[in-house]
Write a new protein. Sequence first.
Length: 315
Amino acid sequence: MPAMSVVTSPFGALAVIVDPRAGEGSVAAEVGSVRRALERGGLEHRVQIAVAPGDVARLAAAALDEGYRYVAAVGDDATVQDVVNGMFRDGRTIVDSPVLAVVAAGSGCDLVRSFGLPGDVDGASSHLIGENTYELDVMKISARGRNGSSEVRYAHNMAEVGLHASATANAAGLPGWMGNGRRFVGFWAAYAGTRRSVLDVVVDGRAHRHRAWSVIVGNGQFADGGLRLSPRSFPGDGVLDALVFTGPKSDAYRLLPRMFRHGDHVPDPGIKELRARLTLRIDGPRRLPVVADGSVLGTTPVTFQVVPRQIQLKL
């Protein structure tokens, strides 16, 4: 039987990093499917499996240090965030214009929804070949960490402050056997424990003050398992879109059907829309939780900095 020919992408060999814990552990069952899909595609590659916390970012950084430019994240948005952070060192990417591919492998990754990319292994793997890319913005986030110091993290999709962040954090802390019920319980626990607060929001040096119960900062459009929370966001326009929820707290559930359908909850009199081309800072008298790409980062005060077009997203 003749040997299968090996195809080299325009970006060189592909470093594949698999996070088996992603998708609440569902990606672990897809490892074999990922390997078979890569072999069928014939693309020159190597596969590495993350084992311990921090492995994904470490493996991504090591791949770029070894000369790879093309890295695939197999997993959910937390996996993609880890790979993105591994691509940066000392405020810049380790190599010029690294190329990021995403194989969601059924994990429910929200980033791919903004681009209409497949969420299954075979469909996503078919997009690994070819030269189509998109210049992806990311955001550099500085939040207050547990010890009071500033924690810096890069994020690719969406950040939440206040009620939406509490709901995500609450759900992540519940046992996996609850399945989708974790989102339901997490949301209502956050709803019960949240009240409107005075927020100082500084956008590109211009100060705004609002009484609000949640803020969404969007680079991508989708979060929380398919909610189109930031429908006006385009992840390559050099802009972060902030939605400040100033209406009654009941909007948290009143607007849900509109978010699920088409993201037509904006415009709305209870939502202030702000756009930042440089930085956006949120602070107030109460510490509010900050979540980005489904990962808990810390609390306010938090600053978001636009980092435009440093990464090429493989389409």
